[in-house]
Design a protein around this ligand. Sequence first.
Ligand code: SAH
Length: 477
Amino acid sequence: MLRRLLTQTSSPRRLLSSKTPFFSKPSLSPFSSLPSSPDPPSSASSHVEESGSAAAAGTTISVDRSALFNPPDHSHEPTPDSELVEHLKSVIKFRGGPISVAEYMEEVLTNPRSGYYMNRDVFGAQGDFITSPEVSQMFGEMIGVWTVCLWEQMGKPERVNLIELGPGRGTLMVDLLRGTSKFRNFTESLHIHLVECSPALQKIQHQNLKCTDESSSEKKAVSSLAGTPVHWHATLEEVPSGVPTIIIAHEFYDALPVHQFQKTPRGWCEKMVDVGEDSQFRFVLSPQPTPAALYLVKRCTWATPEEKEKLEHVEISPKSMDLTQEIAKRIGSDGGGALIIDYGKDVIISDSLQAIREHKFVNILDYPGSADLSAYVDFPSIKHSAEEASENVTVHGPMTQSQFLGSLGINFRVDALLQNCDDEQTESLRSGYWRLVGDGEAPFWEGPDEQTPIGMGERYLAMAIVNRNQGTPAPFQ
Ligand code: SAH
């Protein structure tokens, strides 16, 4: 079956490019205002759209955050405040003091009126960054392979909730459905649930999945790609439970808010966002312990003694811990599994939050709402949160994206696709493949002419949380 999935010789759909991070260590002192943004990185690659077998070309440069070493300048030019800036300033004013970095991040990304994700398509050449599903159709296809394998381990249930958290343009799901379309028993079992906060992206997902509405009031439709029912929800809690479940979270955790802490002579202080006398946002340190310190204590209990010794800065994401607990409880009681793929580390994270606008790293505090904010994913914290939440789940990985896709057979898939390609498609498939599995370091990003494929294979990690009854999922055996 696996081989059949991998060797279908359909034409390659498109060609491709991503985002990846880095670390920075601004030096902070208690109560002082802090240097705002760190030294970010960048990358370049190309994306060619194609429908059917006729390729129509367009070029996109995307950002690999690991090689951009020049910190963006913090702009202090007086400009009229945007709606979001006014909102943030009024929250700080009425709160009577600074807000946490996590609250700032959450408002910037998902404020219902003017959050970064809420009103537009942020991906691709006209957007700010590109992700793996947009790099190559093979990414969604390989996730399809993983999903079918898990479904088989689950005993081929007749009904499955396939939940995707933060589907972006819906590209991963489109490629998954197309890649698995010959497995009718599998596709017929699916009820797709997309957890998406952005009305603009929900609309794009609806179009790309070729949906026809069944009931607009209930946000329910049918995708003509596989005759599959599709539902939209703002949160995972809204998705009905009680049915075997497969959850996919690709580049979702990195968008969840993080709190940042700094070790000082008077103990750990939380980094906060305030408004200075010049009316600009600035970082300050909390004068006393904050509520998030409880999560800091919890996270530190999972750190190794060597990690603890070296800690000067710590970044934690209570939202990620809570989400993981919800996932683990669901998988523990309903059966199935979850796959989390993101850029991150298998150690405690120190200071990784960064901002990207139009494929360049920018200051976190400048023009909030106009740039993507994201942080490295703390994989050990996901593992411990899941294990703590349910005895019925096991956690596997993380392993690198390169190992994950390689073990699932991406090499066979690329060979099969290459049999049906013109020169341009061949080039694009090859660069997309290397982009997904390679570990190449990004050269300094020079501009649109530089199209060196940058590897995401080592920086991105994959982790699975599965119900104990399912045994060990592929390819973690
Ligand atoms: N998985 C996609 C998109 C990644 S970008 C891909 O790999 O291409 C993050 C996605 O998560 C976007 O769709 C964004 O709108 C959504 N998102 C971010 N924060 C969210 C939240 N708190 N609740 C629901 N969706 C969220």
